[in-house]
Write a protein that binds this ligand. Structure first.
Ligand code: MD6
Ligand code: FE
Length: 216
């Protein structure tokens, strides 16, 4: 028989609500850690991390690659999804099964059981790298959420609102945390301030972020 505390408490103590439609699942990627890191090595041996250039001409401090049917890219002509890696001229590496399994397993309790990502943008932060406040709006259908997996060094996640100037909340994202993000908060501004230096015992001197999207 549940007591009053069980009824009032969140269903899972490892779950935090960031906003309507946005949820943080602490440690949800930990059971997948070994498989994810092995698959990541396979991906980056085919499509290595690279520092892309923004349409404004700035080289990003975060290094990126992709897997899946489409990959997110930026160059002097703009931001977009492309089926091919512009560095190799070949299709992006396929989405590994463990990536897809984790994305579906995280999206389901967050309220998006039908999410099937076709793209995964992979971000590598070395100490000092940052991602300024932005919206994710290059995807075709905003009905799809984004599933975002943190591995390696911890980072601060800034999470604002629909307007660039809306106040931001801050969340510490640690190894294994998964943020699922959609519905009314799908277009909220967010960013990652400068990564602090450190060494993670399995990932090393970096943070890796996997963001799964429905791009096409
Ligand atoms: C990062 N993430 O965590 C960058 N975008 O390194 C993102 O830009 C992001 O985490 C959309 C939804 C979730 C995210
Ligand atoms: Fe983003």
């Amino acid at each position: 028989m549940p007591d009053l505390f069980d009824i009032l408490a969140p269903a899972d103590p490892a779950t935090e609500i960031m906003a309507e439609g946005a949820m943080l699942l602490r440690g949800a990627a930990l059971p997948f850690e070994k498989d994810l890191l092995a698959a990541l090595g396979q991906i980056t041996s085919q499509s290595p991390f690279r520092h892309m250039v923004t349409p404004g001409g700035f080289t990003m401090s975060v290094a990126m690659t992709n897997c899946g049917t489409a990959g997110w890219i930026t160059d002097r002509t703009g931001y977009r999804y492309d089926r091919n890696d512009p560095e190799t001229g070949r299709p992006w590496p396929a989405m590994p099964e463990c990536f897809l399994d984790l994305a579906v397993e995280a999206a389901t309790p967050a309220g998006y059981p039908d999410f099937r990502p076709d793209a995964c943008l992979i971000n590598r932060y070395e100490p000092g790298a940052r991602l300024s406040l932005h919206q994710d709006r290059n995807e075709r259908d905003f009905a799809n959420p984004i599933v975002s997996v943190s591995l390696g060094l911890p980072a601060t996640f800034q999470f604002g609102g629909l307007k660039r100037n809306d106040p931001v909340k801050k969340y510490a994202l640690r190894h294994g945390d998964v943020a699922v993000w959609g519905g009314p908060s799908r277009l909220f501004y967010h960013g990652v301030p400068e990564l602090k230096d450190g060494v993670h015992e399995t990932v090393g001197r970096m943070r890796i972020n996997l963001t799964f999207r429905g791009a096409l």
